[in-house]
Design a protein around this ligand. Structure first.
Ligand code: IVH
Length: 676
């Protein structure tokens, strides 16, 4: 290759490197995987080595403080790092407690103790100790896999490298929050937007000496995998953490009853601005570890904990217009375009009005002066209208009866559970035929819990759609990259990155695949249930033959509403075409066979009547944990019918007819070698 060409390639690489270096270190917002960033650096250095005439002041070999750093290795969390469900009101807390009591089959009077801990707004980290020594430190990552940031974490004074106390577990993954104190943040002179960004930016520095320059703190609050931990409750664990030399939050408390949780919440909220660290709520955890264990998790959050977020900030503004957005399931959502206002540091110019009914009930009109609330990371919403300020000539808002995207007529479903008409109006053209619905479906398809295609965000979906590069999900895997390369804001490297992230996702689990299809009423939990029961994409595709629909009737947790929705999905020809195309392009992994050697292995169960001391949901988990499965119809496939108090006579009669074993709760517990 001639010199000129090599120089050009080199300059191109330097340009890209400068851009990503800036995004990484200055903005703390990298857009390419760290591996790619380091690869790029190495390519530049290699070029310089083999062509001595190549030089640039911005070369990675030149930049001040640059060290040929090692990549952050990825590592799997032995126990996933979950997130928390949010609560905002007292009512949310009452419901949280109610759900716990129901699951444990306890009466309202049963006293549950909680560990109430201020929720520090920082970055969570997992510290693995083996034989009293800090060996590996990971970031949260996506909860399943984190980055190895051991060296950076070692620079934090609050993190002990060696544990001296005697009663330390043989192995434990201590988890907590890395943060920066407000007073230290102020000294950083506008380098970061807020303390959380500062903590995150500093923790993910490639060079630990950079991390050391920023005084980070660590507070411990939970654990992941452990071997040899002797603690019976959260409170007990927090005491142990202190003995071992970790910092815990001085404002932690053990509290029972929702009213007392509320009292503590208001007290801490009052103190909030006097604290030297940012908190955005209180975390409540069921104190007793044995109850936590029984409660387990839902999707990606524990049933036994909740984050009670601090009350929203609100502000007053004027509605300039009301726009109707069409969502993935065809739902028409009215959004108020308001005169921009600053609420708690964030400029708000859109606020949701929820649905048609809400507009009618509150008689919200264009031109109205309204109170807008912003709570945590949820979408701002219009709370109330100041009628005194209403203009005389204002008119009632007329909700459209046709879909603003495709013009089809709109409908309101009849809700089978509430036996009422839905509050939400929907486009009747659900599917890929309505443009807005189709775009939202594709956004869902690439989203985090679905295909999770890195670098393929909402804006890119909209952009590619407008340019006619994608119309249906399968188009994502057949993109014309040469066209993209010529688009504004794209270059060789970024196109290569996109291509890489897309190809990476051609292999996907069955449950993610089902979720990605965005079938109404089939969220993460239901997708999991279907995946566990149908096992493979092949079985799922066979649902297009109506005869096979009975398979779904047997899945406990999947009801009429979900089944009707799946039926509708298979009635739509485009959906079938999409499925067939995707089947050809992708490798959809069969559902992992769960542990099969449990005590109830290969046996099917059905429950009827009320069990004692255990809820239906817990009974179901218990059966599944022991390799049994639950079905919800009495058929020849059933091995055992477990009867509780007041069982359904019809079920017992059918079971008798089919000569199915009928057992009591006690007999079932005996099978599990369980006493109560
Ligand atoms: S417990 C499964 N305790 O909040 C339990 N988390 O929204 C999850 N956080 O990722 C962790 N203070 O970064 C727990 N006292 C506390 C916490 C806390 C802050 C953060 C943590 C977590 C996030 C969940």
């Amino acid at each position: 290759m001639e010199k000129k060409k090599i120089k050009k390639i080199y300059q191109e690489k330097i340009k890209i490197f400068k851009h990503h270096n800036f995004l990484y270190f200055e903005k703390n917002k990298p857009i390419i995987p760290d591996g790619d960033f380091d690869k790029l650096k190495n390519e530049i250095i290699e070029l310089e080595k083999s062509h001595k005439y190549l030089k640039d002041k911005d070369s990675p070999s030149n930049s001040v403080g640059f060290k040929p750093s090692k990549n952050f290795k990825k590592a799997t969390h032995k126990v996933p790092m979950l997130s928390l469900a949010n609560a905002f009101t007292q009512e949310d807390l009452v419901n949280f407690e109610k759900k716990i009591l129901n699951y444990l089959d306890k009466d309202v009077g049963f006293k549950i103790e909680y560990s109430a801990e201020p929720k520090i707004d920082g970055i969570s980290a997992s510290l693995i100790y083996k034989n009293k020594e800090f060996v590996t430190g990971l970031s949260r990552g996506d909860g399943k896999e984190g980055e190895d940031i051991t060296e950076n974490l070692k620079t934090i004074k609050d993190i002990p490298h060696k544990i001296k106390s005697k009663n330390f577990p043989q192995e434990i993954d201590i988890r907590g929050e890395v943060f920066i104190q407000n007073s230290d943040f102020k000294k950083l002179a506008n380098k970061f937007a807020n303390p959380r960004n500062a903590a995150s930016g500093s923790l993910r520095q490639k060079d630990p000496t950079e991390t050391k320059k920023i005084p980070l703190k660590f507070i411990a609050y939970t654990f992941g995998y452990e071997k040899g931990l002797k603690a019976l409750s959260q409170n007990d664990y927090l005491i142990k953490l202190k003995e071992w030399g970790f910092k815990t939050n001085p404002l932690n408390k053990t509290i029972s009853k929702v009213e007392n949780l509320m009292k503590n919440y208001f007290e801490i909220e009052k103190k909030r601005d006097q604290l030297d660290f940012d908190i955005d709520g209180i975390v409540y955890k069921v104190n007793d570890f044995s109850l936590q264990k029984r409660l387990g998790n839902v999707a990606n959050a524990p049933r036994w904990a909740v984050a009670h977020k601090f009350s929203a900030n609100s502000g007053i503004s004027i509605i300039e217009n009301i726009e109707i957005q069409v969502g993935r399931t065809g739902a028409l959502t009215p959004v108020a375009k308001i005169k921009p206002i600053n609420i708690g540091g964030v400029v708000v110019s859109n606020a949701t009005l929820h649905n048609e009914e809400e507009i009618t009930r509150k008689d919200i009109r264009i031109g109205d002066t309204v109170v807008v609330e912003r709570a945590g990371d949820v979408i701002p919403r219009v709370i109330s209208v100041d009628l005194k300020k209403r203009q005389k000539d204002s008119k009632k808002f007329e909700f459209p009866i046709n879909c603003p995207s495709c013009g089809s007529k709109t409908i309101k479903d009849f809700n089978l559970t509430t036996k009422k008409e839905d509050a939400v109006r929907r486009c009747s053209n659900e599917g890929y035929n309505c443009e807005k619905v189709a775009i939202e479906k594709i956004k869902h398809f690439v989203s985090k819990d679905a295909f999770n295609i890195e670098g393929f965000g909402k804006k890119i979906v909209e952009n590619f759609w407008n340019l006619k590069l994608i119309k249906l999900p399968q188009d994502i895997f057949n993109l014309d990259y040469s066209k993209i390369e010529n688009l504004d804001g794209w270059g060789k490297q970024s196109v290569a990155n996109l291509r890489y992230s897309i190809n990476l996702k051609k292999k996907i689990t069955f449950e993610r695949f089902i979720f990605a299809l965005g079938i109404r009423h089939i969220g993460l939990e239901n997708a999991k249930l279907i995946s566990k029961n149908l096992k493979s994409l092949k079985n799922f595709l066979s649902l297009s033959n109506k005869k096979n629909f009975n398979e779904l009737l047997n899945i406990d947790g999947i009801g009429e509403t979900q089944i009707n929705s799946i039926k509708n999905f298979f009635l739509n020809n485009t959906n079938i075409k999409v499925l067939n195309k995707l089947e050809k392009i992708l490798t959809v992994e069969d559902a992992k066979i769960q542990k099969t050697d449990g005590l109830l292995s290969n046996k099917t169960f059905m429950l009827t009547g009320k069990l004692e001391g255990i809820s239906r949901a817990e009974a179901k988990s218990l059966i599944e944990e022991n390799s049994g499965s639950i079905i919800s119809n009495v058929s020849s496939k059933l091995d055992y019918l477990i009867i509780g108090k007041k069982p359904t006579k019809r079920k017992i009669d059918t079971a008798k007819e089919l000569k199915i074993k009928i057992i009591t709760q006690k007999e079932w517990f005996n099978m599990l070698k369980k006493t109560s």
